[in-house]
Design a protein around this ligand. Structure first.
Ligand code: MRU
Length: 354
């Protein structure tokens, strides 16, 4: 399994995904600004992975804080948190990690500054470890919806590289294969920065899962030919009613699935669900530099000065989602908001494959 990020010898080690699949290069981040820069430049990307990176960035930044009181420490940590939150706006996992860390610090406000610094490192490492287990659980629930012989379409990269390990959308694929099901995966190349071609193809080949790469505009034709049985994608932020922000082009895939009566599944850890907002229209959508569209790997493919729209994500309305695969089970959109209510047993809401 490819590791996108780890904490080692008081540094955050990040596999530079901008160089993949041609070069395996790690960046050793020794301060939080380096981590923030890695997130902005997509050296590390994918919602859960940037949540983990932010937690580690906060932990590493906090080690240098000189503070005499809890309030002073908290204020200075807050500045680091703001830096992490300013890196990429769409994935809710950064906010999720920041909120979790704040709760931890307030819970331990009577402890020494030294102890708080240690707690931050432990928590960041815990977030990474937990993410791997969450993905395995998503894999177990999701694999129930994959049949022997299925061909699965995916968009962008919601694999090991986008998480602590195993991935969200890829976990059901990995598990289905382990269960002896004969599966095939089709990956959209995912312009503009080609996460499908460079990352998903690379990691699924390593996992020995048969993978076929297509251009982003080919999925519809393949569906009409009956060559795709289901689609599984990840999410950067899903709202309480089940609207899904994910890599630009996901909405197109969802519409095509509906038109062709193909199930469209979203693998969503609870850390990617924003229970505070209802409508997908409220999700901030990141716009990225125009060069991502006018060039490919530094090579210009469009005339100088052309106008560009480069939205990094789109929103798929909940009506298009057949089911969500979470660590607590598979659910319909209408049940997503209920997962936030502690008194409701997820067992009673869980969806079973037909
Ligand atoms: O711009 P990226 O590469 O960070 O976009 C990533 C995606 O859209 C993923 O599908 C999403 O973050 C889920 S990752 C488990």
């Amino acid at each position: 399994m490819v590791k996108a990020i780890e904490w080692k010898n008081n540094a955050v080690i990040i596999l530079d995904q901008t160089k993949l699949p041609f070069e395996i290069r790690y960046t050793e981040c020794t301060d939080y600004l380096m981590v923030a820069e890695c997130i902005k430049k997509l050296c590390i990307r994918g919602a859960p992975a940037i949540g983990i990176a932010s937690a580690m960035g906060i932990a590493i930044g906090a080690q240098d804080i000189k503070a005499k009181s809890f309030d002073d420490f908290m204020n200075k940590t807050q500045n680091i948190m703001e830096t992490m939150l300013s890196t990429r706006p769409t994935a809710v996992n950064i906010l999720w990690a920041v909120e979790r860390i704040k709760r931890l610090l307030y819970k331990h406000k009577e402890e020494s500054i030294r102890k708080l610094k240690k707690l931050l490192i432990d928590e960041a490492r815990k977030i990474l470890e937990e993410d791997i287990e969450i993905n395995k659980a998503i894999g177990r629930w999701g694999a129930e919806f994959i049949k022997d012989g299925d061909t699965i379409l995916t968009h962008c990269n919601a694999g090991s590289l986008a998480t602590g390990g195993y991935g969200t959308a890829t976990a059901p694929m990995i598990l289905a294969k382990e269960q002896g099901k004969n599966i095939q995966v089709i990956a959209d190349e995912t312009r503009p920065v080609l996460q499908g071609a460079r990352l998903t193809a690379w990691e699924l080949m390593q996992a020995d899962i048969p993978i076929t790469l297509i251009t982003d505009n080919a999925a519809g034709a393949l569906m009409r030919k009956g060559l795709i049985d289901l689609a599984i994608v990840g999410t950067d932020r899903t709202t309480r009613k089940g609207d899904v922000a994910n890599k630009i082009g996901t909405y197109t895939v969802a519409v095509l699935c509906k038109e062709n009566k193909i199930p469209f599944y979203v693998a969503a850890p609870l850390s990617s669900i924003d229970f505070n907002i209802d409508s997908g229209e409220l999700i901030p959508i990141e716009e990225r530099p125009s060069e991502e569209v006018t060039t490919i790997w530094g090579h210009r493919i469009a005339p100088e000065g052309v106008n560009v729209i480069n939205l990094a994500f789109d929103v798929t309305p909940f009506e298009y989602v057949t089911a969500f695969f979470t660590e607590k089970g598979a659910f319909l959109s209408r049940d997503i908001k209920k997962l936030a209510i502690k008194t409701i047993d997820p067992n009673s809401l869980r969806l079973k494959p037909i």
